[in-house]
Write a protein that binds this ligand. Structure first.
Ligand code: 4AD
Ligand code: MG
Length: 468
């Protein structure tokens, strides 16, 4: 029977026969004994396999291909380890090679001491092999743990998971950043009288896109089930070549009936803290590695977020702070302009030195569905800003008054005929409600301390890149 490496490393039952299967990370040693480190992905640490020369002469191991990258099965005895850094090891009795890896061409080779290790940029070009590295193993296990923690949090707080469509006929953000979905010929599409592509002849009988957000369908569900959330892929054709943007990313969007902006902020703060706490409790080895390898302040920053209240203030107050800041900004700040990431990071990292929730933004820089404040100039928006990240959450209380919503849609050129079904929620039993969107990859960026969002998703999609 096969045992996972993590189970073996935790085992106190020694001097018994065990079988592990995994990939060789390194082989080293001398003519008397060889040490083979085997990792099966079950956790960060590898197990040390000790191969004595009587059974396994170095030449035979080499000839069989027991080398970096090879897939192997090892049968042997689990014994206490004399070596540093591990409590147990396997005294090998039988080693079977499933698949060798040519040492000349295998890209994930340890490089000689005087050379730099393979960079994250180089690894991005071999996204199909990078899960085998320590770094990406850690990131992918943390990503898994965070997905689970999201569902656990909402399930234990009485929320229902709603699946919203990926192909849609409307633009949830009204920002026009959508990828078109079509089956029409790219060389000779049918044209209408005006000479434009005639989407009434397309598969769905109208123009359709990949969704930018599941919020509007989430609102529909909240008006029936009360407390709901979505967690799915979303797509944005914004040409942002930054370390914080992807063209395909995953978003978590809770939506709650009878919630106001205050409730929404409380939920966002509690939710984020509980996710970070979960990572600290469940991913200690992976986090310790990332802390030591990339970012010595990672663990202390995570603990700080769990233990301290977020700073809450309005956009107007933030603009005052930014205007009187000594720091020179590339983009000037004035009431009514959107904040750039340099401004957000100044507030979080320099001024307050803690996560910040900014509220009540000018209506003109926010989406059509946000509830208008009494002053008629601002809306009940909230953005949660995190150190090293900037905006991690965007949300709002929603406009629940039919007339006001229709007015905002007209002002912002959002076509009513696409959203007649959404407006029905305001026609029949409308109620105050609020919600937000957490960018899953921004969360993983924060928790892993990685610098680039392209390194926290297995196959990143960004401008000019869809290789895999
Ligand atoms: O602020 P956004 O655009 O808000 C919405 O989509 C709302 N419908 C959410 C809601 O209220 N239900 O996006 C929400 C979050 C951002 O704060 C950010 O974390 C992430 O989604 N995000 C992106 N992440 C990666 N790449 C991109 N291109 C992103 N755009 C937004
Ligand atoms: Mg936003």
């Amino acid at each position: 029977r096969r045992t996972s490496v993590q189970d073996l490393l935790r085992s106190t039952e020694l001097d018994r026969e065990v079988l592990v299967k995994g990939w060789v990370r390194t082989r080293r040693g001398n003519k008397y004994v060889q040490f083979i480190s085997v990792n099966d992905g079950s956790g960060f640490n590898s197990i040390q396999v000790v191969a004595n020369a009587e059974l396994f002469p170095e030449e035979k191991l080499k000839a069989d291909g027991v080398d970096n990258g090879a897939a192997v099965a090892v049968r042997g005895k689990l014994v206490a380890s004399q070596g540093k850094g591990q409590s147990v090891e396997i005294q090998a009795e039988e080693i079977t090679v499933y698949g060798t890896a040519d040492q000349e061409s295998y890209p994930l080779q340890k490089r000689p001491k005087d050379q730099k290790g393979i960079s994250l940029e180089e690894l991005r070009k071999i996204a199909h092999l990078r899960p085998r590295t320590n770094t990406f193993g850690a990131v992918l296990r943390i990503r898994h743990a965070m997905s689970f923690a999201v569902h656990q949090y909402f399930n234990s707080h009485g929320y229902f998971y709603i699946h919203t469509p990926i192909i849609t006929g409307s633009d949830a953000e009204g920002a026009g950043q959508m990828f078109r979905v079509t089956t029409l010929s790219d060389t000779k599409p049918p044209l209408n009288e005006a000479g434009a592509v005639d989407y009434s002849q397309d598969f769905f009988g109208k123009a359709t896109n990949l969704t930018v957000s599941g919020q509007l369908e989430g609102e529909v569900a909240a008006m029936a089930l009360g407390k709901v959330y979505t967690f799915g892929p979303t797509f944005r054709a914004e040409n942002s070549n930054t370390a914080r943007h992807l063209a395909e990313f995953w978003m978590i969007e809770p939506e709650v009936a009878f919630f106001d902006l205050q409730d929404n902020m409380d939920l966002a703060e509690d939710f984020l803290k509980s996710l970070v706490r979960y990572a600290l409790e469940h991913c200690p080895d992976d986090l310790q590695f990332l802390n030591d390898q990339y970012d010595k302040e990672l663990l202390s920053r995570l603990k700080f977020v769990v233990d301290n209240d977020f700073q809450r203030l309005t956009y107007t107050e933030a603009v005052e702070i930014l205007k009187s800041a000594k720091q020179k900004f590339e983009f000037p700040v004035d009431w009514g302009t959107d904040l750039q990431s340099e401004h957000e990071r100044y507030l979080v990292e320099k001024h307050f030195k803690k996560p910040v929730i900014l509220t009540n933004y000018p209506k003109d820089i926010k989406a059509f569905y946000m509830k208008l404040d009494e002053d008629g100039r601002t809306v009940r928006a909230m953005d949660v800003l995190f150190p090293g990240i900037g905006e991690i959450i965007g949300g709002s209380q929603r406009e629940d008054d039919l007339q006001k919503l229709q007015q905002r849609m007209q002002e912002m050129h959002v076509p009513e005929e696409d959203l007649w079904w959404y407006l029905d929620t305001r026609r029949f039993g409308s109620a105050p409600h609020a919600g937000f969107g957490l960018g899953f990859e921004r969360l993983i960026l924060f928790i892993t301390g990685m610098a680039n969002i392209r390194d926290v998703i297995p196959f990143p999609r960004f401008p000019k890149s869809a290789e895999f």
